[in-house]
Design a protein around this ligand. Sequence first.
Ligand code: GRF
Length: 224
Amino acid sequence: MDFRLAVLASGRGSNLQALLGAIETGQLPARIVGVFSDKPACGAIAIAREHGLHTVALKPRDYADRAAHDEALFSAVADVQPDLIVCAGYLRIISEKTVRRFEDRMINLHPSLLPRHPGLDTHARVLAAGDTEHGASVHAVIPALDAGPVLAQVRLDVGRDDTPDSLADRLSPREHALLVASTAAIAGGRARLAGGRWVFDGQSLERPLQLDADNQLRPEPAHA
Ligand code: GRF
């Protein structure tokens, strides 16, 4: 399969692992042509190396500013000629110039039901706000943080006893399934960006797709 994925990550790499697993089982018709990071010692880079993948990890402090770091890291990304760049827990803000360079080819996994709770510490903020529902979103990356059009979401009820850690633990496997299903929809040609909107199965999406219990992406009913 020759749909080329570049993965960006800063963390433990469980989402990268999920993508690799889905490629192995044939669920995701793609291959990972490089893993890129701002943290050379992170789990994602270790996992990528174990799998013999091409890796480039560049520390921001070795560069004069954000633009210079982005320029270096994303030149390496461009070198692998990705069809899609997947930000799977890449925890740096990407400069506008770089976002524009890869417009319509970059998605991000965010741990909240966007547009609620962009930015960091989403699990704690969901609890502080008294939300009864939490979840994760896969959205197109645009220059404004966590504000690009949302392709798909997965939802989770918030329980009375939930803590930020319990929410993170319960959300994690659902995030993996959401990222795999969303990436597979794009790689398989079912989902694409056109003029800043998502098109899924030939229809312009009015609202995000929802991941069901069988890990299938479904259009949300009009009155949901
Ligand atoms: C995920 O929770 C993702 O939503 C967030 O960062 C985390 C990455 O986890 N943006 P991992 O590194 O993939 O395990």
